[in-house]
Design a binder for this molecule. Structure first.
Ligand code: MN
Length: 266
């Protein structure tokens, strides 16, 4: 058997330090092929670019690493690679390391997680990995992407050896800012953000709105088994996710609607 092919992408763009850290660490496990967006697509979710042609170009980073970049979204990167641009079908897909945690219900905004979802949809084992940057108003700390990259490598080894992930599932991994106390296998929490609206006037006197948020300083109560709690408490969180968003309890409860639904006359 030849070397496994590891497809690497992100949503922060090809110049992000987290991407390079992953490349340097994962290359000992196989052939790493990089296709990343040419700009930052954070919070792009599963955006697909269908209204204009996609371009892909090889670029050599200053330290000599060859990457491929595109004007497409993170999901487009994975799709392009799987549908024929990668040298062969990837054995595993890694997305990250995102600058900032992707936790709880906010994962549905994430371009980092979306890229891994695209791989899951194609039946390829995938993980998204994000580095928590701590409280926004706290003193600025430089994250150790090397540490998160090593955590990703341990998981990639597991996925390559014997992936427990059925098609349509993926792993969402978050790494705390300080040295991790351990690993927690978690469910998704709610959110670490309290949103608020800022309204102002632009220089032409028109109203503008800024959707802003403030990070909570502790997880909401009752979330001790969640990713939010784990990262707040200094643990690495690993959350298995599935693309099937069906609510199976509601599915049963709503079946009664099939019987007494008033259909339009024609
Ligand atoms: Mn990002």
């Amino acid at each position: 058997m030849g070397k496994p092919l590891i497809l690497l992408t992100n949503d922060d763009g090809y110049l992000a330090p987290g991407l390079l850290a992953l490349y340097e660490t994962l290359k000992s496990l196989g052939e790493v092929w990089v296709l990343a967006p040419d700009r930052n697509w954070s919070a792009a979710s599963r955006t697909r670019v269908f209204h204009k042609p996609l371009r892909v170009s090889p670029v050599r980073l200053p330290d000599g690493v060859l990457v491929h970049i595109t004007n497409g979204s993170p999901s487009d990167c994975v799709s392009l690679a799987i549908l024929g641009l990668a040298p062969r079908r990837p054995d595993v897909v890694v997305s990250g390391i995102n600058a900032g945690a992707n936790l709880g219900r906010d994962v549905t905004y994430s371009g980092t997680v979306a890229a891994a979802m695209e791989a899951a949809q194609a039946g390829i084992p995938a993980l998204a990995i994000s580095q928590d940057l701590g409280a926004e108003n706290g003193e600025e700390k430089v994250p150790d992407y090397q540490r998160a990259a090593q955590i990703a490598a341990s998981l990639v080894e597991k996925l390559l050896a014997n992936s427990p992930l059925p098609s349509g599932t993926l792993l969402n991994v978050n790494v705390p800012l300080e040295r991790p106390k351990g690993v927690k296998i978690t469910r998704l929490g709610t959110s670490i953000w309290r949103d608020y609206l800022v309204k102002g006037k632009d220089p032409r006197g028109r109203d503008y709105y800024w959707l802003a948020g403030e990070m909570m300083n502790s997880p909401p109560p009752g979330e001790e088994d969640t990713d939010v709690w784990a990262v707040f408490s200094g643990y690495i969180s690993i959350t298995p996710l599935q693309l099937d968003l069906t609510d199976h309890r509601l599915l049963k409860a709503l079946r009664v609607w099939e019987m007494d639904f008033s259909l339009p006359a024609k």
